[in-house]
Design a binder for this molecule. Structure first.
Ligand code: LLP
Length: 423
């Protein structure tokens, strides 16, 4: 038996000492499979962006918060963010200590902010209203403020987080109001941060926005600039989702060289001794995972061939939510089948017609019992999953550095679906 379409995972020995069909049989499907070597490689590429002494990488755990993966990220020297008590809890489970966690909040309650403050975390707020709230909770403390540089970027309108049409950040014209609130609560403005949006493949926009944030820092009174400890440029580093079409990678050498020149030049000019952070989520986690699923039914409805799988949008919502493209692989056919290329639409098992994983793809004909692999599923995959249709969240398996598999999250069972019920 041979794989039908697997040149990408073959080339990087993604499944280590295992085969995808064997993993699907042992652990069931849907199954998120992660590769430790790829995760480490992505962390190292990011850590290598700049040799400036204050440069660091703040992994945005909203992309993937499994503590087994977070531990690897910690070993690679990254710090992490959290934007909710739940993400903070996962960071702590993975062994991150308070000085390694930034709390980048958005519209948190007083209790949620307090939860971060009692742990001694540096908290970023992204409105005057939340700055006032935080000042009341923590007078005399430190705070970070998220600005909106007016430049947005992203693969879909739903993930552009700066510019005019977004709920995020404080616009730079409100700097005086920020400083007044900081003074009123006797706070120290210890950090500035921003995030322009998710998935850029050209460095230009990111670097321009970074410059805007540095210009803003220069507008601070001298004594305020001297107290600044962190400047965080945000995430958004893209990955090539169209691997089988030969899509180019983000040029990390160019981005790194230009970012390094920008921050070291600026630090030399201003005397800034603090940290510079980037805050990627997707770049760290996306490519280290393939989501395995199984074909349960094939049919023609009119002209269209539908391939029905167990990969509903409860498991991976990105295609349904953003029309995102994920490449597919097809593994080890159980017997001789016609594999001529056909136009096919791959769907899940959720009761909605928008439950489409891959629309109108030309792929070798898929058949019942085939095992499918959805590439680049590690970021915003499991974390955005749900129990819709009372389906259980999938298991997660890690292919460790030595090629062996380790279950890092068991599949939910029926009792899990009922665990919060009171009657
Ligand atoms: N920092 C902040 C404040 C963010 O809001 C985000 C992502 C990041 C960092 C990391 O962004 P990344 O490097 O992963 O692009 N669910 C969408 C992406 C939403 C991103 C939300 N914020 C998707 O699946 O494409």
């Amino acid at each position: 038996m041979s794989h039908i379409r697997s040149s990408y995972t073959d080339a990087c020995a993604f499944y280590g000492r295992h085969t995808p069909r064997e993993l699907a049989e042992t652990y069931g499907t849907p199954l998120y499979v992660y590769n430790e070597n790829i995760l480490r490689q992505r962390c190292r590429e990011l850590m290598g962006l700049s040799a400036h002494p204050g440069f660091g990488v703040n992994y945005s755990v909203k992309a993937n918060a499994n503590p087994a993966l977070l531990k690897i990220v910690r070993e690679e020297g990254l710090v992490v963010d959290a934007m909710s008590p739940g993400e903070l809890y996962m960071d702590e489970l993975a062994g991150f200590t308070p000085e390694k966690i930034l709390y980048i909040s958005n519209n948190n309650s007083a209790a949620e902010l307090q939860n971060a403050l009692v742990r001694g975390l540096l908290v970023s707020v992204d409105s005057l209203s939340q700055l006032d709230l935080l000042g009341g909770l923590n007078p005399g403390g430190k705070v970070m403020v998220r600005f909106n540089p007016g430049i947005g970027a992203g693969h879909h309108a739903k993930v552009i987080t700066a510019g005019k049409a977004t709920k995020f950040g404080v616009t730079p014209d409100k700097l005086d109001a920020v400083l007044a609130l900081v003074k009123r609560h006797n706070l120290t403005l210890a950090g500035l941060n921003q995030h322009i949006g998710s998935l850029f493949m050209e460095p230009e926009g990111y670097l321009n926005a970074a410059e805007v944030l540095l210009h803003l820092a220069e507008r601070l009174p001298e004594e305020a600039l001297a107290k600044l400890e962190v400047i965080d440029f945000g995430g958004g580093f893209g990955i090539p989702y169209r691997k089988y079409d030969g899509e180019a990678r983000l040029n990390m050498d160019e981005l790194g060289a230009r970012l390094h020149a920008l921050i070291s030049g600026w630090a030399a000019k201003t005397g800034y001794k603090g940290r510079f952070l980037v805050e990627p989520g997707r770049y760290v986690a996306a490519e280290c995972s393939v989501l395995l699923g199984r074909v349960h039914a094939v049919k023609n409805n009119g002209e269209k061939r539908y391939v029905g799988t167990d990969l509903g949008f409860n498991v991976l919502v990105r295609p349904a939510m953003y029309d995102s493209f994920h490449d597919l692989e097809i593994y080890e056919a159980p017997g001789p089948q016609d594999r001529a290329e056909l136009l096919q639409t791959i769907v899940g098992n959720i009761c909605e017609s928008g439950d489409i994983l891959a629309k109108d793809r030309t792929l070798p004909a898929l058949h019942e019992s085939d095992v499918l692999g959805v590439l680049d599923a590690g970021a915003y995959g499991f974390t955005m999953g749900s129990n819709y249709n009372m389906r259980r969240r999938p298991a997660e398996v890690l292919i460790q550095g030595d090629g062996t598999a380790r279950l890092i999250r068991r599949r939910e069972n029926l009792e899990d679906l009922a665990r919060c019920l009171l009657d």
